[in-house]
Write a protein that binds this ligand. Structure first.
Ligand code: FPP
Length: 234
């Protein structure tokens, strides 16, 4: 596929893990475990296909409302994947964890901060993982940072442009978000990358995330390539 027809950055809403597990009469965390394995494979598929960055919605600011054992299961899965993430980082992958990480357990925060720091120079691919992430919270946080810069005299209110705002978002180092893929049949953004998705294309799919395959990614990219993006023009 021509590079200009390829999305530069894809957002994945990893939905349907619970239903996938339920269909097998297994606990919800069994679905998350399979979902995490698909996350890892999807990073490789994106890279093989020439996409430059992918961000995965792993845990939202609202997900704390889930039963404690499910939250614990997802956090333990993350702990387990830190080793895999470090191995992936060796393949020139930069990792950026987006969201308010300060609410995560201390040991996880230390690991994630270290991974972000040590992969800063990697340019082969950017993997974003959204953890305790909410799009509205991200925008409020950016506004707060800009306000602080105004108070300190570093900025004037008149300097607050869209570009200045984007520099304060968690995604300032990512290429533009071109495509959002949501499996599992739900058709909404659920507070995921709401600023960044202003002109993104959406592909909703019926497959549950744990069943997501390379062919599903290819078909979403194919659909993206056929859409005509006008960005408000004609
Ligand atoms: C949504 O499906 C999924 C989540 C809230 C959690 C996703 C997390 C992972 C796949 C693990 C992340 C780990 C790493 C290493 C990135 P759901 O539970 O809402 O499914 P349902 O709609 O069928 O109930």
């Amino acid at each position: 596929m021509e590079e200009e027809n390829l999305p530069r950055h894809i957002g994945f809403i990893m939905d349907g893990n619970g239903r996938w597990a339920k269909k097998r009469a297994m606990p919800r965390n069994f679905g998350h475990k399979q979902g995490a394995a698909v996350f890892k494979k999807t990073v490789n598929w994106c890279r093989e296909l020439g996409v430059r960055a992918a961000t995965f919605y792993a845990f939202s600011t609202e997900n704390w409302k889930r039963p404690a054992d499910e939250v614990k299961g997802i956090m333990n899965l993350l702990r387990k994947y830190i080793k895999d993430i470090r191995a992936m980082a060796k393949e020139d992958v930069r990792f950026i964890f987006i969201g308010d990480l300060t609410k995560l357990d201390e040991d996880i925060q230390v690991e994630l901060t270290d991974i972000m720091e040590t992969t800063k120079q990697n340019t082969g691919f950017i993997t974003g993982v959204a953890l305790n992430y909410g799009g509205r919270a991200e925008i409020a946080n950016a506004a707060r940072l800009l306000a602080e810069k105004c108070v300190s005299g570093e900025l004037e209110p008149g300097d607050i442009t869209e570009e200045a705002f984007e520099r304060e978002l968690y995604t300032s180092k990512f290429p533009p978000l071109d495509l959002v893929i949501r499996p599992s049949g739900e058709q909404r953004l659920s507070n995921f990358l709401i600023w960044q998705a202003a002109y993104a294309e959406f592909v909703f799919m019926d497959v549950l995330w744990p069943d997501f395959k390379k062919k599903d990614l290819e078909s979403a990219i194919e659909e993206y390539a056929h859409r005509s993006r006008r960005f408000g023009g004609v």
